[in-house]
Design a protein around this ligand. Structure first.
Ligand SMILES: [Cu+2]
Length: 101
């Protein structure tokens, strides 16, 4: 049986439909780990605050966790492709980036 062009096009699109993954970024020792994360559109990123002080994950105009208390976490779903640099608004030395590809 021959597959139609439409069927082949649908198969070619399958990788984009792969199940979304969840990635964990730890907020620890006043830093984000990993500091660089590569994800795909639709993936979830969960920030877990393992420090004893509150932090945020803030990419101005793109996402903002607000205060994440010690021991708490916050989740966000990656949008379309692009690079997002973010900081902790309480501790400007805490910087990290996410590449959505
Ligand atoms: Cu902080």
């Amino acid at each position: 049986m021959r597959l139609s062009a439409l069927a082949w096009a649908a198969l070619a699109a399958l990788p984009a439909l792969a199940a979304a993954e969840t990635h964990v970024v730890t907020m620890e020792a006043m830093g984000f780990r990993p500091a660089e994360l590569v994800v795909r559109p639709g993936d979830r990123v969960v920030w877990q605050n393992k420090d004893l002080v509150p932090h945020t994950a803030t990419a101005r105009g793109r996402f903002d966790s607000g205060e994440i208390a010690a021991g708490k976490s916050w989740a966000w779903t990656a949008p379309g492709p692009g690079r997002l640099d973010y900081v902790c608004t309480f501790h400007p030395g805490m910087k990290a980036g996410i590449v959505v590809q």
